[in-house]
Write a protein that binds this ligand. Sequence first.
Ligand SMILES: *[C@@H]1O[C@H](CO)[C@@H](O)[C@H](O)[C@H]1NC(C)=O
Ligand SMILES: *[C@@H]1O[C@H](CO)[C@@H](O)[C@H](O)[C@H]1NC(C)=O
Ligand SMILES: *[C@@H]1O[C@H](CO)[C@@H](O)[C@H](O)[C@H]1NC(C)=O
Ligand SMILES: *[C@@H]1O[C@H](CO)[C@@H](O)[C@H](O)[C@H]1NC(C)=O
Ligand SMILES: *[C@@H]1O[C@H](CO)[C@@H](O)[C@H](O)[C@H]1NC(C)=O
Ligand SMILES: *[C@@H]1O[C@H](CO)[C@@H](O)[C@H](O)[C@H]1NC(C)=O
Ligand SMILES: *[C@@H]1O[C@H](CO)[C@@H](O)[C@H](O)[C@H]1NC(C)=O
Ligand SMILES: *[C@@H]1O[C@H](CO)[C@@H](O)[C@H](O)[C@H]1NC(C)=O
Ligand SMILES: *[C@@H]1O[C@H](CO)[C@@H](O)[C@H](O)[C@H]1NC(C)=O
Ligand SMILES: *[C@@H]1O[C@H](CO)[C@@H](O)[C@H](O)[C@H]1NC(C)=O
Ligand SMILES: *[C@@H]1O[C@H](CO)[C@@H](O)[C@H](O)[C@H]1NC(C)=O
Ligand SMILES: *[C@@H]1O[C@H](CO)[C@@H](O)[C@H](O)[C@H]1NC(C)=O
Length: 410
Amino acid sequence: MVARTYLALSAALFSVSLAQSNNTTAIIDAFSSLGLTSFALAASALNGSSAGQALLETVLSGGNYSILAPNNDAFSQASSLASDSTLLTDTLAYHILRGSFTNSDSSSLNLTSASSPNHTIGRSMLNDSAYVSLEGNASQVVAWTTESNKLVFLNQPSNISIVNSTRINGTGLDVYVIDGVLSIPASISSVLANGTNTSSIAGLLNSTMIPSANGTNDTIGNILNSQKGITLFAPSDSAFSTVSSSLPTLEGNLTVFTTVLQNHIINGSSVYSTEIVSGSNLTSAAGEPLTFLTNSSGTYVTSGSTTAKILTTDMIAMNGVVHVIDNVFLNTDSDSSAASSAYESATSVATKLATETGAISATATAASSTSSSSSGSGSSNGAEATSVGFSLYTTFSAVVVSFVILGGLL
Ligand SMILES: *[C@@H]1O[C@H](CO)[C@@H](O)[C@H](O)[C@H]1NC(C)=O
Ligand SMILES: *[C@@H]1O[C@H](CO)[C@@H](O)[C@H](O)[C@H]1NC(C)=O
Ligand SMILES: *[C@@H]1O[C@H](CO)[C@@H](O)[C@H](O)[C@H]1NC(C)=O
Ligand SMILES: *[C@@H]1O[C@H](CO)[C@@H](O)[C@H](O)[C@H]1NC(C)=O
Ligand SMILES: *[C@@H]1O[C@H](CO)[C@@H](O)[C@H](O)[C@H]1NC(C)=O
Ligand SMILES: *[C@@H]1O[C@H](CO)[C@@H](O)[C@H](O)[C@H]1NC(C)=O
Ligand SMILES: *[C@@H]1O[C@H](CO)[C@@H](O)[C@H](O)[C@H]1NC(C)=O
Ligand SMILES: *[C@@H]1O[C@H](CO)[C@@H](O)[C@H](O)[C@H]1NC(C)=O
Ligand SMILES: *[C@@H]1O[C@H](CO)[C@@H](O)[C@H](O)[C@H]1NC(C)=O
Ligand SMILES: *[C@@H]1O[C@H](CO)[C@@H](O)[C@H](O)[C@H]1NC(C)=O
Ligand SMILES: *[C@@H]1O[C@H](CO)[C@@H](O)[C@H](O)[C@H]1NC(C)=O
Ligand SMILES: *[C@@H]1O[C@H](CO)[C@@H](O)[C@H](O)[C@H]1NC(C)=O
């Protein structure tokens, strides 16, 4: 592990003042004068594509943005970006957060961060459908936390720190210089395959074939990847081994198996940890409530008669988010009308995500909360359950499952 250094040079503000805020040349000059010559070069390259120009114009046409600007060393490690203008544009877009995330006074500019285990979630400018497919065509999020006084960006293959910060006068741009290039989140199946405690569910979803909505047979993993806005409560590896004796009962009945799986999923809504409200409930893809409780020992989620502790939150995926839990919900109840109305409701509130700025929270995003303690829309969300009628032949011991295909999952 590379040691992380946090050199917040709060006094080292720059005398960069822009005559006008909507001037691409000026902004690129400003980054150069901050020593961020590679970032400036990358930003200039945006002018070469219409998507890049649109990004620049949006950011420069007013409003507050927080730019996580990789320094020159960081860019030199990310040579693959130079040869792929789409990836470059999308990667830069992922480094631009909508809104100001600082509680700065005149002498310091810090990226606000909740202390671990709590996270801060910010909506970026990345919404190219090649790299993100969230509900309401929302842009992808960046998640971070503070551990031992160090800011940590989550879901990154290596540690990335903030090494400097400044606000560019004449603009709404807060610039945080970082010493790495953030990776764009991968598919749910890749996130699970790469997770430290999720290889069982990754294997299960990757090896289980069912028909997709278009009639072709596909793995559950691919079908989940193809949905817009998924929250998956993923049982950990040890959770799977604990219930291994119960699993054979499920094996012969795919209706039951699918319902159990749907009770781990919220369809049509990416619910981040900051949107989980103790005492509230959300509707699963089977139409059953997932109820949440936070106490001094952690946050718990209940489905049916089973309560699980949430072990890891905010594994961000291309089309949603995964939270790892320490139990399998063997909940075979379902309510398809509750699932449909929750899904419709989630879809309608998701349109609001396009204008979201600042840290994502339960109060900022009415989309995710059905809490009675919330004064928001009170709308529920969740997934549409479709009728399933297929039979199943599985061997859970090897986490290898094959279905005879007659229905759909979501
Ligand atoms: C901002 O960062 C500086 C330097 O690390 C620190 O001394 C200061 O307390 C931080 N301010 C806030 C509001 O977090
Ligand atoms: C930004 O502008 C304000 C007001 O014009 C000025 O007081 C401040 O010194 C400027 N800051 C920098 C870093 O240029
Ligand atoms: C944009 O800024 C550059 C300096 O960075 C300046 O030379 C140019 O005149 C500006 N353009 C407009 C249209 O203001
Ligand atoms: C900035 O420039 C873009 C495109 O040139 C334009 O659409 C936008 O209205 C401008 N914004 C401001 C605040 O002048
Ligand atoms: C995390 O958030 C919860 C709920 O808001 C709060 O009770 C708890 O004190 C926070 N923990 C830390 C370490 O800030
Ligand atoms: C998986 O993790 C490795 C090591 O942390 C990392 O290099 C790789 O980029 C990750 N892959 C994905 C798809 O997240
Ligand atoms: C922070 O920015 C100042 C001013 O450009 C520069 O002198 C300093 O080297 C930077 N520090 C780091 C750690 O990049
Ligand atoms: C899915 O399984 C295939 C073949 O077994 C394997 O090549 C692939 O890496 C797996 N993908 C994931 C995401 O686990
Ligand atoms: C899907 O798989 C089933 C079971 O193997 C098979 O009978 C069916 O023909 C397949 N459907 C398609 C479209 O390939
Ligand atoms: C059918 O849908 C699946 C998602 O489940 C997708 O992976 C596959 O590419 C689609 N096939 C066609 C021919 O559209
Ligand atoms: C599957 O389970 C459901 C609910 O218990 C039951 O109604 C159905 O008959 C079962 N199907 C098979 C093929 O056993
Ligand atoms: C879920 O929340 C709704 C709205 O607050 C409430 O009416 C309902 O009783 C809750 N259901 C459960 C099972 O907690």
